[in-house]
Design a protein around this ligand. Structure first.
Ligand SMILES: [Zn+2]
Length: 478
């Protein structure tokens, strides 16, 4: 019987529960309304109990009471649970389960030891319940599953952190700076994080951070790490993060500029397209309109958070040339330029947001140009602000632009408005702009879910909030 139960429950849930009890770390309580469905647990003589009415509700079960033998049968789909008042055994699908304490009757309702929930069959016909001893509640594991306590292993060159996860394929690295390395996971975090890290660990600290529709972690990585790798293994239901001191087949960290807050007096918002140029159209969505609406929502969010002056390259529906856009940015001495666009793909499955920023690595020919100090302005026409050579300008601001892209994409990803991608390619819209800047394809209009979200004022406003928070994080240079 025990073997069968052990097979039915994945082993790490039990480890997670043991870890809770042993380590005493805080349960991560989801904000009200966003968390999983849960019911309270009460203590009777020190043992945790859940009311049978609550239990039946969570399991979507029907109750049958037999007063003569004081038995209650819960039926849900093909499963049955038989409980008897004052009896410490339950019968789950013909298997007898020792509950550790008797079922009790309190005010006419049976109270069931919470230990029962961890013995229930784990199949798609029954909600998966988890007993959370620290929160004193029993909760339903959402469809996105769970993420368990990570295991840390420290070797000479490599530090590994392995998370058990129901959906490893949903994991994504949301920010790649060493100081703020962020990973987003699908599923609810049910584990505990290591409270102290061994010496020699390239992982210096780890904490949970809020994420919509999943869980997320922010790590600080030792400067000695030269790269990282994330491995998602659906077969073993694991996500492994590795940080290494040795070069190899690794992903790069985000480049790091000078420490300290960045000055941010003027921000230029550049809503893409306009006038005769509609941009992407899909269903009711027209890119030029959405880009302008988003810029108008983003302006007050930025002003409020950053106390910066926000300048728009267009505030109504008109045609603006690329040169004129760059001129607005350069004339207003922008500290930052955000070009706002929306994507469209032939493939209806494509969705999410993409940031384009100038390549941070120089080709040989381009590096040569820089070494020769050719940061000269192109010939400017009469009355025009000088347009700098776009390549030179792009290189000058490439590292900062990349940091901006990382910060903005990270907040978009964590708020569930992704998936996000970063492309190192100088966007046409930023040619000649003498400031750090990115072109943001804020959502994909050909994806029905993205389109419906941004066509609603609240969806577009939430996107503006994410972008503004990303810009604020960039300014703080966290
Ligand atoms: Zn566009």
């Amino acid at each position: 019987m025990r073997d069968r139960l052990a097979r039915r429950r994945s082993r790490w849930w039990i480890l997670a529960l043991v870890a809770w009890a042993a380590w005493g770390a805080d349960w991560r309580t989801p904000p009200p309304g966003e968390g999983p469905e849960a019911v309270p647990v009460r203590r009777l003589d020190g043992a945790p109990y859940v009311g049978v009415n609550d239990l039946a509700r969570l399991l979507d079960a029907t109750k049958f009471w037999r007063a003569d033998v004081r038995k209650l049968v819960l039926r849900s789909g093909p499963h049955s649970i038989v409980l008897t008042a004052d009896n410490p055994f339950a019968i789950v699908d013909n298997t007898t389960i020792w509950l550790g304490a008797p079922v009790r009757s309190l005010g006419g309702e049976l109270q069931v030891p919470a230990a029962l929930v961890d013995t229930l069959p784990a199949d798609s016909t029954l909600a998966r319940l988890i007993f959370d001893p620290r929160g004193d509640r029993v909760l339903v594991l959402p469809a996105s599953g769970g993420v368990g306590s990570p295991r840390l292993t420290v070797a000479a060159q490599v530090t590994r952190l392995t998370f058990p996860a129901d959906h490893p394929e949903a994991a994504v690295v949301a920010a790649r700076a060493r100081a703020h390395f962020r990973v987003r996971m699908g599923g609810l975090f049910l584990g505990v994080l290591p409270e102290s890290l061994p010496s020699g660990s390239l992982l210096r600290s780890i904490r949970t951070i809020p994420a919509a529709g999943g869980s997320a972690f922010e790590c600080a990585i030792d400067p000695a790490a030269v790269g990282y790798r994330m491995t998602q293994d659906p077969a073993s239901r694991r996500v492994t993060l590795e940080w290494s001191r040795a070069e190899g087949d690794l992903d790069e960290f985000a480049p790091e500029g000078p420490a300290g807050a960045r000055p941010m007096r003027v921000i230029v918002l550049d809503p893409g397209h306009g006038g005769a140029d509609l941009g992407v159209t899909a269903g009711r969505a027209v890119e030029k309109k959405l880009a302008l609406s988003l810029a108008l929502l983003l302006r007050p969010e930025l002003e409020r958070r950053l106390h910066a002056r926000v300048v728009l390259t267009r505030a109504d529906d008109r045609t603006v040339s690329a040169d004129a856009r760059a001129e607005v940015a350069n004339r207003s001495r922008a500290d930052l330029v955000l070009s706002l666009h929306f994507d469209g793909y032939v493939d209806a499955r494509a969705r999410g947001a993409t940031a384009l920023c100038p390549p941070a690595t120089l080709g040989a020919e381009q590096a040569g140009a820089r070494n020769h100090g050719r940061f000269a302005a192109d010939d400017a026409g009469p009355g025009r602000v000088a347009m700098l050579r776009w390549r030179d300008v792009a290189f000058r601001h490439a590292v900062e632009s990349r940091a901006l892209a990382e910060a903005v994409l990270s907040t978009i990803e964590l708020k569930g408005q992704g998936p996000t991608r970063l492309r190192e390619r100088l966007p046409y819209g930023l040619l000649g702009v003498n400031a750090p800047g990115i072109l943001l394809e804020c959502a994909t209009l050909t994806a029905p879910s993205d389109r419906e979200r941004v066509l609603q004022e609240e969806g577009l406003r939430q996107l503006a909030v994410s972008i503004a928070e990303g810009v604020a994080a960039y300014r703080r240079n966290e």
